[in-house]
Design a protein around this ligand. Structure first.
Ligand code: DGL
Length: 283
């Protein structure tokens, strides 16, 4: 048993796709979420910048006493997981391997589509894990850089001509290739699940990196005998830019009111205060 919270982070809203699944699977867990909304998107940045941001995100989360950190971000998982694991003494769990394993297990025709950020596609990490699981599988990969800004702006719904047009533009080659499984390799993308599902059709299985990552966290905590023993856990959300848009979209996506639980923080100040022993978390 371990009553400490799980830390979860992403560049913005995307990690909520993992939080929703964590809450469903492990309702007793306390969650501390950080969304780096002041610096989103990560996926179009260089490897060095992504690593620097990820190290700061983890340092902020570690100002709390956590039992594990979930990198609810495909971009950071593909780019910095090994480094962050080596630098931190608590389990740091990513989304790439669980999503790749799920995709390799799901495909029937051996054709897997992969959509993710430019940094994730550039890393080749999803392809490596899929090849390990299923060496025969063909992966059709496509970076979709416009998806994250559109999601962060709430352009996620059926009938929104902008998102429907962009989805069709990006996904047409994968549909044409005949993929039967599509990895939503950026955690923002399941927020577009309805629009993507409508375009790809009912015969294409959608694999959520956030959802699969959350299931892997649940398995790991169970194996480590590190689950919390309480009926209902709490969730606190921290963001690096204004609270309002995040709170509104998070409330709609999680289907619970989160406005009172979201705070804006300056993570560099919080990290410094923590080192100096000064009271923290923008209270
Ligand atoms: N949600 C993140 C991911 O899974 C980051 C997207 C971004 O900031 O570009 O890749």
């Amino acid at each position: 048993m371990d009553q400490k919270p799980i830390g979860v982070f992403d560049s913005g809203l995307g990690g909520l796709t993992a939080v929703r699944e964590l809450k469903r699977l492990l309702p007793g867990e306390d969650i501390v979420y950080f969304g780096d909304t002041g610096r989103v998107p990560y996926g179009s940045r260089s490897k060095d910048t992504i690593i620097k941001y990820a190290q700061q995100d983890v340092a902020f989360l570690r100002t709390f006493d956590l039992k594990a950190i979930m990198i609810a971000c495909g971009t950071v998982s593909t780019t910095a997981l090994d480094l962050l694991s080596a630098e931190n003494p608590i389990p740091i769990l990513g989304v790439v391997e669980p999503a790749a394993v799920a995709a390799a297990g799901s495909t029937r025709n051996g054709k897997i589509g992969l959509i993710a950020t430019q940094a994730s596609i550039r890393s080749g990490a999803y392809e490596r894990y899929i090849a390990r699981e299923n060496p025969e599988a063909q992966v059709f990969a496509k970076a979709c850089p416009l998806f994250v800004p559109l999601v962060e702006n709430g352009r996620i719904h059926r009938g929104d001509v902008v998102i429907e047009t962009v989805v069709a533009e990006y996904l047409a080659p994968l549909k044409e290739a005949g993929v039967d499984t599509l990895v939503l390799g950026c955690t923002h993308y399941p927020l577009l699940g309805e629009v993507i599902g409508d375009f790809m059709g009912p015969d294409v299985a959608l694999i959520s990196a956030g959802g699969e990552g959350a299931r892997a966290v649940a398995r790991r905590l169970t194996e480590d005998d590190a689950l919390a023993q309480r009926d209902k856990g709490s969730a606190r959300y921290f963001v690096s830019d204004t609270v309002d848009d995040f709170a509104r979209l998070a409330t709609a996506f999680l289907q619970e009111e989160v406005a009172g639980q979201v705070q804006q923080v300056d993570i560099e100040k919080e990290i410094l205060n923590h080192r100096l022993g000064i009271r923290n978390h923008a209270v």
